[in-house]
Design a protein around this ligand. Structure first.
Ligand SMILES: Nc1ncnc2c1ncn2[C@@H]1O[C@H](COP(=O)(O)OP(=O)(O)OP(=O)(O)O)[C@@H](O)[C@H]1O
Length: 758
């Protein structure tokens, strides 16, 4: 049966009825390419003899490239056009093998026949004339990348010549010009290579990132060999432009649905590698916001499930909302994939990490209790108490416990301090007695505690535990820790009472997981190949404390990589967001310095709007005007639900909804029990916006006067990290914008905002 390959598509979208006709045409072609109604015909005088047109309707023609290969015919679908346009395009379109590196690419014939630019002679003796105004030296040669290097890489000669000559007054301007040029590249891999070079990636790394073969075909006439062309179409870099459809549903979605995500099929070679490569053990994938970490996880889940349908895969993340999004993405990627909420069953279980803890506790009741010579999992974590643990401890319990210990110094009377101490020291070390706490090591904790202080802190912890025991409740940290201990107990028992519930665990937003949750992840699968795969971005840590994976039994040992190409936002927005991180030191989960080097976007957009207003009322008015201008833009109207207004907390969110309503904008506050509604701009806390994206984003009231006041109530030694998390929060919020970003404040801007706007 003929197979359809999706090639690079024209930017202009087709009407719905034409799309349906195109799908029906391709479906018939796939069933029988000799069917008479299809009119698959070569074009007289076409540059590429493989090019065909096909009859979609009286008016519309599809342009295809027929590649026979050894067996069935393959048709590369290049788009559908009005009859005359189709003929004109078909005459010049050509799918060829790049002679330098063996990558298949679509080119226009006139470009192919263009002669290669001549390189400057090495022995040019003409004395240079002193220029009156010194011309800026071109960017790439200044970085040691010559025209010859670009040609050697396989960049189209005309594009290479322009790229090598890009120069401007400042480095940033020159980078922007090169990014614009990258956007004009015909082959996606060439655009990607230029984006990499624009941000200073060394030449050798560019080739490695794109998995470019070192050499092209030995025989320059190879492009006419169909089997070689099929191989070239399957190269990772070629698959940025060409996709082999797996089934009709995928074909239908790609043709009929404008929202068909490119992420489903056109993976970057690095993303593909991470999605499919077998690993000897735990693996960490880091990367800036929007670099496709979640996309990789979703593809990897599918890959593992297909590799072994009996495999038990857990895909998890920080909370339920994000887990819900993972389910949606998995369903979009592959509706056939067995996705479920039955922990331990074959297929892909998706759930928030706390949901997993609860499920483990619900089914592990026997081991939770003391029995034989075991104290039971609950007592191991919390000391002697009732084994009823499913209820949730109220947040106010820390405040109440603090109030019960009058001798505590003022600077330790902070629930935030206690939550951190409890989560990072007490629980992971299974501390249940005062003398254990007096001896336990507290690496990574800012505040040093003398023995009397430790005693007072333990008094608070005891009071907290006693009140929770009386209520028969636990908090989420405790649940995770008990679940981890319980899984280890079951797996380590002489007679193994229950296997660990997963073969592979895939984790998103790893930077926000606390020690107990990491220990739970570790306990979900036996240590071994492909056991844990953790995606994280330390610069997006907005909860918890700095953590080091190896302390919790997760041994990465060199198995970590970083993604750097941002697919979500424009270069302007990204530069602003990175400016928020300033030059602060961030540390990754392997305790190494995290960097933004090479972090880049291939898209250009309007400048960031950063605007100070005189009052909150002024901010409401300005926000309403921005929203209206986006929705009513005559050239590019934005759907209201694709606009996000992000605020620091719920009450400011509710006030913003009212403020916008006073200016005629009907927005909706979206929270845990309040889903988004079609047709309404979304108001949401910045915390909640994690993992989401909008076309247009307003960061609302990022004023000095609104900077979080709770930071000053922390012990001095913990404030620097809290400020870092606050920067990360603004960075997370700013990187939610796909196309446009606006930041508003009243009076003075928050200190975390960059002084200049790109
Ligand atoms: N290969 C790709 N082709 C097209 N779009 C992509 C590709 N990879 C990722 N994207 C898109 O880029 C955006 C960001 O991807 P994703 O959410 O996976 O990034 P992330 O690294 O998890 O981001 P964050 O850390 O901010 O949550 C999404 O809209 C996604 O669909």
């Amino acid at each position: 049966m003929p197979q359809i390959i999706l090639g690079p598509q024209p930017k202009k979208s087709l009407d719905g009825s034409v799309k349906k006709a195109v799908f029906s045409f391709l479906e018939k072609l796939q069933a029988d390419d000799t069917a008479p109604g299809l009119h698959i015909e070569p074009i007289n005088g076409s540059h590429d003899p493989r090019v065909r047109t096909g009859r979609v309707s009286e008016f519309w023609r599809a342009v295809l490239v027929k590649v026979q290969g050894g067996g069935d015919a393959h048709y590369v679908y290049l788009g559908t056009f009005a009859h005359d346009d189709a003929i004109a395009f078909a005459k010049t379109a050509s799918v060829r093998i790049n002679p330098r590196n063996g990558i298949a690419e679509l080119i226009q014939a006139d470009l192919e026949s263009r002669p290669e630019p001549s390189l400057p002679e090495a022995t040019d003796t003409t004395p240079p004339q002193p220029p009156t105004v010194p011309a800026p030296e071109p960017l790439l040669p200044r970085r040691g990348v010559s025209l010859a290097d670009l040609l050697e890489l396989g960049i189209d000669p005309a594009l290479a010549e322009r790229a090598a000559g890009v120069a401007a007054g400042t480095e940033t301007e020159a980078e922007d010009l090169l990014l614009d040029l990258a956007g004009q590249a015909e082959a996606a891999w060439q655009g990607n290579a230029l984006v990499d070079l624009a941000v200073g990636t060394p030449l050798a790394d560019v080739a490695a990132k794109l998995a470019l073969p070192a050499e092209g075909p030995a025989d320059p006439a190879a492009s006419s060999d169909d089997s070689l062309l099929l191989e070239a179409l399957q190269q990772p870099a070629a698959r940025l432009d060409f996709h082999f459809f797996e089934n009709n549903e995928e074909l239908r979605a790609a043709i009929e649905d404008d929202d068909f995500g490119k992420w489903r099929v056109f993976l970057h070679p690095e993303q593909r590698d991470h999605a499919t490569k077998a690993r000897n053990g735990s693996f960490r994938l880091s990367g800036g916001a929007g670099t496709g970490k979640t996309v990789v996880l979703v593809h990897r889940a599918r890959h593992l499930a297909r590799r072994d349908p009996s495999a038990r895969i857990i895909l998890t993340t920080y909370n339920r909302t994000l887990a819900g999004q993972l389910v949606e993405q998995l369903r979009t990627l592959d509706p056939e994939l067995p996705v479920h909420e039955n922990l331990g069953a074959p297929g892909v279980f998706v759930g928030g990490i706390d949901q997993i803890a609860r499920k483990v506790l619900q089914r592990g009741t026997a081991r939770l209790l003391a029995g034989g010579d075991s104290p039971g999992s609950v007592a191991t974590v919390l000391g002697a108490r009732t084994a009823e643990v499913l209820g949730n401890t109220a947040n106010a319990r820390w405040d109440q416990a603090i109030a019960m210990v009058p001798g505590l110094p003022a600077e330790l009377r902070s629930p935030t301090f206690f939550q951190a101490e409890y989560a990072t020291v007490v629980l992971p070390n299974l501390v249940t007695q005062r003398d254990q706490y007096l001896r336990v090591r507290r690496p990574g904790r800012g505040t040093a505690l003398s023995r009397p202080l430790r005693t007072a802190v333990w008094d608070v912890i005891e009071a907290y535990r006693a009140s929770a025991a009386a209520d028969a409740t636990t908090d989420f940290e405790e649940k995770a820790m008990i679940a981890a201990v319980d899984l280890d107990a079951a797996a380590g028992a002489v007679v193994r009472s229950a296997p660990r519930p997963a073969d592979h665990v895939l984790v998103d937003e790893g930077q926000d997981l606390t020690p107990a949750r990491l220990l739970l992840l570790r306990a979900l699968a036996e240590e071994g190949p492909d056991d844990l795969f953790l995606a994280e971005d330390s610069q997006q840590r907005i909860y918890g404390q700095k953590i080091v994976l190896s302390r919790y039994g997760i041994n990465i040992r060199g198995r970590s990589r970083r993604l750097t190409l941002n697919y979500r936002t424009t270069a302007q927005n990204l530069r602003y967001a990175v400016g928020v991180l300033a030059n602060e030191q961030f540390v990754d989960l392997d305790d190494e310095s995290a960097t933004v080097a090479g972090y880049r976007s291939a898209r250009s957009g309007p400048p960031v709007i950063a605007e100070g207003l005189g009052s909150l009322a002024g901010e409401y008015k300005e926000a309403a005007e921005l929203v209206r201008s986006w929705i009513e833009s005559p050239e590019r109207p934005t759907k209201p639900e694709n606009i996000g207004l992000l605020v620091r907390d719920r009450s400011s969110g509710n006030r913003l909804v009212t403020g916008l309503a006073e200016h005629g904008v009907d927005a909706r506050f979206v929270g845990s029990e309040m889903p988004a509604a079609p047709g309404k701009p979304v108001v949401m806390t910045m915390h909640r916006s994690k993992g989401m994206e909008f076309s247009k984003v307003v960061l609302f009231d990022i004023s000095e006067s609104s900077d979080p006041s709770w930071i000053s109530s922390l012990p001095e030694a913990e404030r620097a990290d809290a400020r870092l998390r606050d920067r990360s929060l603004i960075y997370v919020a700013a990187t939610r914008a796909r196309d446009e970003l606006a930041i508003l404040w009243k009076g003075s801007p928050s200190q975390v905002l960059p002084a200049t706007t790109p």
